[in-house]
Design a protein around this ligand. Structure first.
Ligand code: G3P
Length: 229
């Protein structure tokens, strides 16, 4: 993904599905075109196909199972979400935790299906462990701040700084996102100043009456060098 990257996780919120999900996708597409900031969306599985086919935004799955296509009833493979139109996937979100072996299997399966990988972590030691698995991104999200409305960028900037350092130490190619309570352009500015490549967020956009208004605020302090073509 181009930087900076804002990824909207719709979780299983009612406000992220159906017509509302499409409103969020449309807002993401509009603000991405206006600002040049890359804005992606991770809807529920059943919305991956319609959203990826109707809107010019990168669509991510919220989770994949680290198995190859085969006899795995009820599993969701990387190949399946890729086929539906996803270009990437979250792995190990705080609300969908995996074992370290499960994370590794997920990263490998996603890579085999040409999906970008965002491995979520809860502190700097887990960021270091995740970075060793060579995902495209790690996303540091302190669980206690998720959905709290209190921004990690303001409440605990040190955890972001330490996670950026941990990822760089283990594998400088792995980019870092941060999330939990991200709501404003100021949060995004601080996240970028701390060395991240962007943010992962949910409630502030998904539950907003006017998602485009919130997204415009989120990108308002970001400077983007536009690429040609
Ligand atoms: O994946 C993003 C999420 O866990 C953060 O949630 O509602 O605090 O932006 P929220």
């Amino acid at each position: 993904m181009a930087e900076p990257f804002i990824l909207i996780n719709c979780k299983a919120f009612a406000e992220g599905m159906g017509n509302r999900g499409q409103l969020i996708a449309e807002a993401a597409e509009t603000v991405m075109e206006e600002s040049g900031v890359q804005i992606g969306m991770a809807p529920v599985y059943t919305e991956i196909h319609p959203i990826s086919h109707h809107f010019r935004i990168p669509v991510f799955a919220q989770h994949i199972d680290g198995v190859a296509p085969g006899p795995f009833t009820g599993h969701v493979t990387a190949a399946a979400v890729r086929h539906a139109g996803a270009v990437g996937t979250l792995i190990n979100h705080s609300e969908r935790r995996l074992t370290l072996a499960g994370i590794e299997a997920g990263v490998k399966a996603a890579r085999a299906a040409h999906l970008e990988t965002v491995v979520c972590t809860n502190n700097d030691p887990t960021t270091a462990a995740a970075a060793a698995l060579e995902p495209d991104y790690v996303a540091i999200e302190p669980p206690e701040l998720i959905g709290s409305g209190i921004s990690v960028c303001k409440a605990d900037p040190e955890i972001i700084r330490r996670s950026v350092e941990a990822a760089r130490r283990v594998n400088p190619k792995v980019k870092v996102l941060t999330g939990a309570g991200i709501q404003t352009g100021d949060c995004v500015r601080i996240a970028l100043e701390l060395g991240t490549s962007g943010v992962l967020l949910a409630s502030s956009v998904v539950k907003a009456e006017d998602p485009a208004k919130v997204l415009r605020d989120l990108v308002s302090l970001v400077t983007v060098t536009r690429r040609e073509g």
